[in-house]
Design a protein. Structure first.
Ligand SMILES: [Zn+2]
Length: 337
């Protein structure tokens, strides 16, 4: 029985990239770069979801799962793709979404990826996984958590990705690197080699709750990564129908002079993108300017009526911020039009 303590959220950096694609106003080499970043990130997310499919098949022992848990170690943050807490051991999984062929050089501690005739060195997943193990053991000790056995594992998301290693070390590689479809089989082997029960169900619950409380959300900046400036984006409110940034506020509605579309909530998307890309909060004066609204009153009223925003500060200095980081998922925005 699997309990998901921390689900795998839609990645915030992917949401930022999608916001960038919506708002970027040029059609140039940078647009291609944005597009290729999105494809890579989507593939990564798809790979992680692939693992979830196999995890959902586990039915026997109680297992507590935390996805994308980011913890603060002694000197640095570290994030583990999936933690599997069982009564017998704790599996630390790093998911890799590379396509093509991966050659793990276990002697030189490096990894070479071949894809479409291109050869490139990538960060060695085994070394990374060992690093995570070290950080986790340290974290565990510093927080006086009851001792368990940690097992690091690299999971290759796609069945079509082939792997190889130094001659004679194939068995060794298989200990540390598996494909996601092999996960269930691997778990069965690990259960056999670790038969001693260490944790009760209650202890597992307490530990996983504690871990969750220590999660530090990441604040990535896709804009910074792509060297983009606020001036690279369209101004105003995008029309949900013709996609032009042309909407104007007229008689308590958004109206598109270009295609005639009418919307009550077209500003939701603009706000969501603003929070994702520019600032985690907004004042009514900033909102009025950004949306080109006729008065501060209209601006304030619109902000106050947006679901899921909280007011911060006093009457003279109010800012509005989303209550949660995943405020307005793309679906919510689409449904609100
Ligand atoms: Zn339109």
């Amino acid at each position: 029985m699997v309990t998901i303590v921390k689900p795998r959220d839609y990645p915030i950096d992917l949401r930022q990239l999608e916001a960038i694609r919506r708002n970027y106003r040029f059609n140039d080499a940078k647009s291609l770069e944005i597009e290729s970043e999105i494809i890579n990130r989507e593939m990564g997310f798809r790979g992680e979801r692939q693992l979830d499919y196999y995890l959902s098949m586990i039915t026997d022992e109680p297992i507590y799962v935390l996805h994308n848990l980011r913890l603060c170690g002694q000197n640095m943050y570290f994030e583990i793709d999936t933690i599997l807490l069982s009564p017998f051991f704790c599996l630390l999984i790093d998911v890799k979404n590379y396509k093509g062929h991966l050659y793990f050089d276990q002697l030189l501690k490096q990894c070479i990826r071949t894809y479409k005739e291109n050869k490139e060195g990538i960060q060695d997943p085994i070394s990374q996984s060992e690093m995570h193990l070290y950080c986790m053991q340290d974290f565990w000790k510093n927080n006086n958590l009851p001792v368990t056995t940690f097992l690091p594992l690299v999971v290759i998301a796609f069945a079509t990705t082939s792997v190889s290693t130094n001659q004679g070390l194939e068995k060794n590689l298989h200990q540390m690197v598996i494909h996601s479809h092999h996960l269930i089989k691997r778990l069965q082997t690990v259960y056999k080699s670790h038969p001693k029960k260490i944790f009760t169900k209650n202890q597992l619950q307490t530990i996983s709750k504690f871990l969750l409380s220590k999660h530090v959300p990441k604040c990535p900046s896709a804009m910074k990564k792509l060297s983009l400036q606020p001036t690279d984006f369209h101004q105003g409110v995008q029309c949900p129908s013709c996609k032009l940034f042309s909407m104007i506020w007229k008689v308590a509605k958004w109206y598109c002079p270009s295609c005639g579309a009418i919307s009550k909530n077209a500003h939701y998307q603009a706000l969501s993108d603003y929070f994702l890309l520019h600032n985690p909060s907004i004042t009514s004066a900033q909102f009025q300017k950004m949306m080109d609204l006729p008065t501060m009153d209209v601006s304030r009223r619109l902000l106050q009526n947006v679901q899921g925003l909280q007011k911060i500060g006093n009457t003279y200095n109010t800012t509005y911020a989303p209550k949660t980081l995943d405020w307005l998922s793309t679906d919510d925005v689409q449904n609100s039009h």
